[in-house]
Write a protein that binds this ligand. Structure first.
Ligand code: GDG
Length: 722
């Protein structure tokens, strides 16, 4: 039976070295708990680094056995791996880049090589455990290359990826010399999850611009399959925090702390030491409040927990010094014998004490400069059992998209944050309860268990969708059947669209002329079959390109026809051009505003091309023009259609389907094949009799019976027929 493998840089246990012996300390983090419902089941397993270097082979063997009992398997990393892959590329290159701290990015080729090497190490460890049809869920930015490495070895596996930190704008990603490899690595997945819609939108844009893969509604059209990208805001183990807050242990601590601190209001801040968390800015904002409002002196204190992290990295050492200085300054400026403005702790606390801090504090001040999600703010909300308390939350945290009832602030705006603290300090209890209740309801519903469930359900959905598309793939069996019917046929006919079907897209339409290989294919086919090129191209171009060939041509989606015996083109539909000047004028206005755009005039239609326009801008202008033209189209009884980098306006009664039907009306064909790649070909597919073979290029939903990957495969198929 297929199993599920969870992979993350760190295992949910830590290996500790104590008195020459090793012991495991389980992680109490929300993710470990949430994923417990997966990796603890059946044959499932969690693979990752146990957090310590072990060189002795005997000890390694022992550790492997012990971890096996816990349903885990280790990837052992040595000192060099940790320095170059973890502290180096992960934390000095990807972390600052993905959090928009470009000034801290270290562009080190050795670190990159180590990143590739360690991702390969993970891949090998997984391959030892994985079967071809297993599900593998990879977590976070340390393992961005792993999905594609796995895909190459296990093409049938279900591979998912979730990124816990932000995914930045294309403008940042493009700065990394290894940007393509990183995106390609991620695209080995079937499902890619991010915390917010903005993260997924940035990812899709980067994939479009750097890998040239287009996407629609969160589905990337990759080489031979679709990849889904979606947002899954991560929740917390809500009940654990709500229950703990009420527990005797926590309440005893709350009482103890309150007795010491007296009646003053308490502001809580908890973070790992990191420049992304905005700790100095927060202290400065508190300082601003005390400066501007002396009435709060002695009435409010800040409890500031900073958990040590990445202590060897230079930027972190500097940050620690900066925080120490700022806290020293504010305390020395304002402290009195019975009041200290900032209670500063540079260490971590046991869970019960954390719970007591959450329950005790009146305000949580969560103001990161950038944060993928931020769980601290959610844990604070869950711990407020009487619904009293106020959350001040940075707009730059993923959580702000969900927790709209918090006081939202820009963490760079010191007086804005100071005002928010003032507002929180004076907020009426009724309003506090209203806001808190609403946030609690949403966090309760979308907790960590729901997050895991929604993600896994989505993964099954994507696989289902992929298999529906794959079931229509032209495989060896379909090929054989096609070949057999073609050989037996006395009167075969083949309709071939041109651009995107017989040739790939070129940025200049005139460069897509037929090459020698294509000419030979068409010639070969026309020995036995009637070959009809059915295209949206103008008749002059088609006529020139296929001059002297034994083919019939339908140009401009069915306006013009020229059979192999004709000397001239005949109109297949009446042409009425009265509508054109009005529409052309509008289109020209959009050409003037959009460098790179141009208009193509066809006999029955006008086409606005934007394939040469800066990506993004082209889409934006096309949408504007679309709504403009739709409005005008009604008056003229015209149809506006969106194509591949084009917007076309035309008479609705002219289409390829109508033309193809007319073509076949007087004759009986015993083999019919139609191949095309876009919506204009869907009309052809619809018009075909049941027995016809219809094939759409690319993996989109289609009326055709089959899908095929690309023009290259189309040519292969046609060559096989010959
Ligand atoms: C990454 C992303 C995203 C903190 N101090 C103590 C303590 N903690 C626990 C908190 C909380 C966790 O650490 C911190 O989680 P965050 O989400 O706030 O931040 P990161 O560690 O940077 O996590 C982040 C997250 O991944 C999940 O996807 O939200 O954006 O950066 O759970 O409770 N726990 C204990 N004592 C402490 O002193 N026991």
């Amino acid at each position: 039976m297929a199993k599920t493998i969870i992979v993350s840089n760190r295992l949910p246990v830590s290996l500790r070295h104590k008195n020459n012996k090793f012991e495991f300390k389980p992680s109490a983090g929300g993710l470990a708990t949430g994923l417990g419902s997966i990796y603890k089941e059946g044959e499932n397993i969690w693979i990752g680094w146990p957090g310590n270097d072990v060189e002795d082979p005997e000890q390694r063997a022992e550790i492997i056995l012990e971890l096996h009992e816990l349903k885990m398997a280790p990837v052992f990393l040595n000192k060099k791996d940790i320095e170059e892959f973890y502290e180096g590329f992960s934390n000095e290159t990807l972390w600052p880049a993905f959090h928009y701290f470009t000034q801290y990015i270290n562009y080190d080729e050795n670190h990159w090589n180590a990143y590739v090497r360690v991702n390969e190490k993970f891949c090998e460890a997984i391959l030892k455990k994985a079967n071809p049809d297993d599900t593998i869920w990879v977590h976070d930015y340390q393992l961005l290359l792993l999905p594609q490495m796995l895909r190459e070895k296990l093409p049938q596996a279900t591979i998912a990826f979730f990124q816990h930190i932000p995914f930045p704008s294309y403008e940042i990603i493009r700065m990394l010399p290894w940007r393509k490899e990183i995106l390609e690595g991620m695209c080995g997945s079937d499902l890619l999850g991010f915390h917010t819609y903005d993260d997924m939108r940035h990812f899709l844009s980067a994939v479009g611009r750097l890998l040239g893969l287009s996407s629609e509604s969160g589905y990337i059209q990759a080489d031979n399959r679709i990849i889904n990208v979606d947002s899954f805001p991560m929740g917390i183990d809500y009940d654990k925090f709500a229950k703990a807050a009420k527990s005797k242990k926590t309440q005893n601590l709350v009482k103890k702390y309150r007795d010491t601190l007296g009646k003053q209001k308490l502001l809580l801040t908890i973070d790992r030491l990191d420049y992304s968390k905005g700790i100095p800015q927060r202290i400065t904002a508190f300082d601003t409040l005390l400066k501007q409002h002396p009435e709060f002196h002695g009435k409010v204190s800040m409890i500031m927990v900073v958990v040590p992290s990445r202590a060897k990295v230079k930027s972190y050492i500097e940050l620690k010094e900066e925080i120490d200085t700022l806290v020293g300054r504010i305390n020395s400026n304002y402290s009195t014998l019975n009041w200290v403005p900032v209670h500063y702790f540079y260490r971590s606390f046991p869970f019960e004490e954390l719970s007591a801090f959450y329950n005790l504090s009146d305000i949580a001040l969560v103001t990161p400069l950038r944060d993928g999600m931020n769980l601290v703010c959610k844990e604070f909300v869950a711990s407020k059992t009487d619904q009293k308390g106020v959350l001040i939350l940075s707009e730059m945290a993923g959580a702000s998209k969900e927790l709209q009832e918090a006081i939202l602030v820009n963490p760079n705006d010191m007086s804005g944050v100071a005002n928010a603290i003032k507002e929180a300090l004076s907020m009426k209890e009724k309003e506090q309860v209203q806001r808190m209740t609403s946030m609690q309801e949403s966090l309760k519903r979308y907790d960590i268990f729901q997050w895991v469930k929604v993600f896994m359900d989505r993964l099954s959905h994507v696989k289902q969708k992929q298999s529906e598309l794959m079931s229509k793939e032209v495989d060896a069996e379909v090929m054989a059947e096609l070949h057999r019917v073609f050989l037996e046929a006395k009167r075969p006919i083949i309709f071939l669209d041109y651009d995107g079907t017989l040739v790939g897209f070129k940025s200049r339409p005139e460069d897509a002329y037929p090459d020698e290989e294509l000419k030979t294919i068409v010639e070969g086919l026309s020995e036995k079959a009637q070959v009809v090129i059915i295209s949206g191209r103008d008749k002059e171009t088609l006529g020139r390109w296929f001059k002297g060939q034994k083919v019939d041509m339908i140009a401009e989606h069915g306006v013009w026809l020229k059979t192999r015996n004709d000397k001239t083109w005949q109109a297949y539909a009446e042409v009425d051009n009265d509508w054109k000047p009005d529409i052309q004028q509008v289109m020209e206005y959009y050409v003037m505003r959009t460098p790179g755009a141009f208009i193509e005039e066809k006999h029955h239609s006008l086409v606005w091309h934007y394939r040469k326009v800066e990506s993004g801008l082209g889409d934006l202008r096309m949408r504007e023009l679309f709504s403009h033209l739709k409005y005008m189209a009604r008056g003229h009884n015209l149809q506006v259609l969106e194509g591949n980098m084009v917007l076309e306006i035309k008479r609705p009664d002219i289409n390829k389907g109508r033309a193809a039907s007319a073509f076949m009306k007087d004759e009986e064909f015993d083999f019919i094949l139609a191949i095309g790649d876009d919506w204009t070909d869907e009309d052809t597919f619809k018009a075909m009799p049941k027995k016809a073979f219809t094939i759409r290029v690319g993996y989109s939903y289609t009326q055709a019976n089959y899908n095929i990957k690309s023009p290259k495969e189309v040519r292969y198929l046609l060559k096989k027929l010959i």
